[in-house]
Design a protein around this ligand. Structure first.
Ligand code: HEC
Length: 279
């Protein structure tokens, strides 16, 4: 009896599975997926060739410092870095005095000790990077109704983050004529900019890096071409999103070596224990 019941239940589930498979197939044929501009023209991020890729990858400190410079001189006008404390910049190779100066050059929110009113003061190393806009309404009002996201974690919030930011910054182009011909409704709107790396192909951010030499790098550094600046700031944003990446990778390697060693030990003790127990 139980067997028959189990068989019937199994039959019911397999039947439903088969039916839904057939329904899916019929729907696919009778109503094929509509082609969209996003499906045809969206591109995956290009590989920038970062030093921190792979299991042995390390950050290039000079590159991170250049990226911080690009962030400060270009992106900081619109994007905050609210999860990052000034003192963390020590990781990039800045000394205490330099960090104090970087912090002091920015105003952070404070409370007036006499009146209790909200005011601002010079930043200190323990402070975090201040917000750019007091709230999202102000941010949207200043940016054609789009809110520039906080960049602290953006490299982790997007698939293939560092390569994505790099591709986005260096990937602005005119909208392909073919796209407009095929999808007249997908024409880039007023105040938007075509970028094949952005999910819906049109974003509200005007190209922030527009010419070579927009930022002046110090002695002995590569030339600040658009490509180089895009790469540097993307590396910097990878660091803000995952400052402990190097420690994570070296711990991982140590763990794998330990596990290999433990496996060999386990195998050897197995051989030893069973050595004279067979047959
Ligand atoms: C003039 C203001 C402005 C500047 C300067 C600016 N951005 Fe933006 N950024 C925006 C706005 C607005 C958006 C939101 C766009 C949207 O949602 O359509 C945005 C979005 C982004 C995004 C998110 C894209 C996504 O996938 O959601 C990234 C990453 C980004 N900016 C990086 C940068 C970097 C790096 C710089 C400096 C090189 C920079 N931005 C400079 C205004 C700016």
């Amino acid at each position: 009896m139980v067997r028959v019941l189990a068989f019937l239940v199994g039959l019911f589930f397999s039947g439903m599975l088969l039916l839904s498979f057939i329904w899916g197939g019929v729907a696919f044929v009778s109503e094929p997926p509509v082609p969209t501009a996003e499906k045809e023209f969206h591109k995956h991020p290009e590989k920038a060739g970062f030093s921190f890729e792979g299991p042995f990858g390390k950050y290039d400190r000079a590159q991170l410092q250049r990226g911080f410079q690009v962030y400060s001189e270009v992106c900081a006008a619109c994007h905050s870095l609210h999860q990052v404390a000034f003192r963390s910049l020590a990781d990039l190779g800045y000394n205490e005095a330099e960090i104090k100066a970087i912090a002091a050059a920015r105003q952070v929110p404070a409370v007036d000790p006499n009146t209790g009113e909200a005011t601002t003061r010079e930043g200190a190393p323990a402070d975090k990077f201040p917000l750019v806009y007091p709230n999202n309404v102000a941010a949207a009002a200043a940016n054609n109704n789009a809110i520039p996201p906080d960049l602290s974690l953006i490299a982790k919030a997007r698939h293939d983050g560092a390569n994505y930011v790099y591709s986005l910054l260096s990937g602005y182009q005119d909208q392909p004529a073919e796209l407009v011909r095929k999808f007249p409704d997908a024409k880039t709107g007023e105040g938007l900019h075509y970028n094949p790396y952005f999910a819906n192909l049109n974003l509200a951010m005007a190209p922030p890096l527009v010419m070579d030499g927009q930022v002046t790098y110090g002695e002995g550094q590569p030339k600040p071409t658009i490509d180089q600046m895009a790469k540097d700031v993307s590396a910097f944003l990878m660091w803000t999103a995952e400052p402990k990446m190097e420690a994570r990778k070296s711990t991982g390697i140590a763990v794998v070596i330990f596990l290999l060693f433990a496996t060999v030990l386990a195998y050897m003790s197995y051989q030893n224990i069973w050595a004279n127990k067979k047959h």
